[in-house]
Design a protein around this ligand. Structure first.
Ligand SMILES: Cc1cc2nc3c(=O)[nH]c(=O)nc-3n(C[C@H](O)[C@H](O)[C@H](O)COP(=O)(O)OP(=O)(O)OC[C@H]3O[C@@H](n4cnc5c(N)ncnc54)[C@H](O)[C@@H]3O)c2cc1C
Length: 380
């Protein structure tokens, strides 16, 4: 078993680390405060090839493996999880979904623009009454021969306003249940497609999360991804890979908070010595380090499974479940190690604690991951 990263992977990891320190760290507190989308930073990430990391170079992508993608997600998330979720959605949900299941014409028309960062994408599954229970889609895509007419509302859509290309899941034939669902490519500006209000969030406040409203939106049939009725399968398959991105995001948040807490514990003195010399603090750091390392192995294993062509439904669900718990636990302890300073914005860890929470909710809550895991192990 070889745990060594390749030269290329190490290079990409360093590029992401440098970028995070030089370009994301300045202004991260202000962007969080003002809920400001990191538009300039996204532009620079496109130039570095981070917006279409796994896409074939013939469609403008970087042609990298999933491990490289996880490394980049980890490094970006150590500093700014708002920026990393934009990368995650564009890479693992939008680009991957289009490249894997889209037609050649769809790839030519949309994928190159997305993978080069000329525009960004959004993945639109959740609705007011369809979150964990994604089969309960109320958004409809009525079949009108050569086009669909889409009506309904989507909730909580990451990149909701900043995207230009939206992959929208909608019900075409309710009598067929989840086999009557389709995935359609919708473009910003199509008549009847409106962006709803921006959510005022606890964490990842730099990312723009919106509801979307569809009023008789005419979508040509050539914009359907896959065969008629493939939409639900499309969403589930895409989300399985997306979970690797979010697990890597959780890992990065945890690792970033741990690094800050370790540094602080060696500087801050109490009772005549650095607080790291108090065993209660040293043991917290030991637990954090151990759990982060375990999470890292699970994330890399899931990424490796995907790269090997193995089934990664189970490993990605386990990685997300575990890494998101580690992110939550670690950031809470990082705040504790910082004492009063942990409770104010300047020290970053309070933001990381707020950002960590979303990793237990989106792309399948922790409870839903346990459903995926238990079904998988009980089938064996
Ligand atoms: C910031 C943010 C960004 C998001 N981005 C996107 C996006 O880009 N695209 C998109 O489509 N969606 C997005 N989402 C939506 C997200 O995926 C959902 O919020 C999530 O899947 C949970 O759905 P829900 O909010 O409807 O909660 P519910 O499904 O109502 O769940 C409520 C609670 O019940 C639990 N629960 C539900 N069913 C079960 C069960 N069978 N067994 C045990 N427990 C259960 C859940 O785990 C949870 O704890 C985003 C959400 C947020 C907050």
């Amino acid at each position: 078993m070889d745990f060594t990263l390749s030269e290329e992977q190490l290079m990409i990891q360093k590029a992401a680390r440098d970028f995070a320190q030089n370009e994301l760290l300045p202004g991260v507190i202000e962007r969080d405060d003002a809920q400001k989308f990191p538009a300039e930073q996204v532009k620079k990430m496109s130039e570095l090839g981070f917006m279409g990391m796994m896409v074939d170079p013939k469609y403008g992508g970087s042609g990298l493996d999933t491990i490289s993608y996880a490394l980049v997600m980890e490094e970006l998330s150590k500093v700014d999880a708002s920026a990393s979720v934009i990368v995650s959605v564009n890479n693992s949900l939008v680009c991957w979904g289009l490249e894997t299941f889209g037609s050649e014409a769809q790839k030519e028309k949309y994928l190159t623009r997305l993978s080069t960062g000329q525009c960004i994408g959004a993945f639109c599954l959740s609705e007011p009454e369809a979150g964990s229970d994604a089969t309960s889609q109320k958004t409809t895509a009525a079949d009108h021969g050569d086009h669909y007419i889409v009506n309904g509302t989507k909730n909580w859509i990451t990149n909701g306003n900043s995207a230009e290309i939206y992959l929208v899941i909608a019900q075409t034939d309710i009598s067929k249940g989840h086999k009557g669902i389709n995935a359609l490519i919708v473009e910003k500006g199509m008549p009847g497609f409106e962006i709803g209000p921006k959510e005022n969030k606890l964490g990842i406040r730099g990312s723009d999360t919106h509801s979307l409203i569809f009023n008789d939106v005419k979508v040509p049939k050539e914009n359907r991804i896959g065969e008629d009725g493939f939409g639900f399968k499309f969403a589930m398959k895409t989300l399985a890979g997306g979970r690797i991105g979010i697990a890597a995001q959780a890992l990065g948040i945890a690792a970033g908070a741990y690094e800050l807490a370790k540094k602080y514990s060696k500087e801050r003195k109490a009772f005549g010595t650095e607080i790291s010399n108090h065993q209660a603090i040293a043991f917290k750091l030991a637990d954090m380090h151990t759990q982060i390392e375990a999470a890292r192995h699970m994330v890399y294993k899931a990424a490796w499974d995907k790269d090997q062509g193995n089934n990664y439904d189970l490993s990605s669900a386990m990685a997300k479940l575990y890494a998101s718990q580690v992110a939550m636990d670690t950031t809470i302890e990082a705040v504790q190690i910082h004492g009063g300073n942990g409770f104010v914005k300047d020290y970053h860890v309070e933001r990381m604690m707020r950002d960590a929470k979303i990793t237990q909710i989106y792309e399948g809550t922790s409870e839903i991951q346990k459903i995926v895991i238990s079904r998988s192990i009980l089938r064996e």
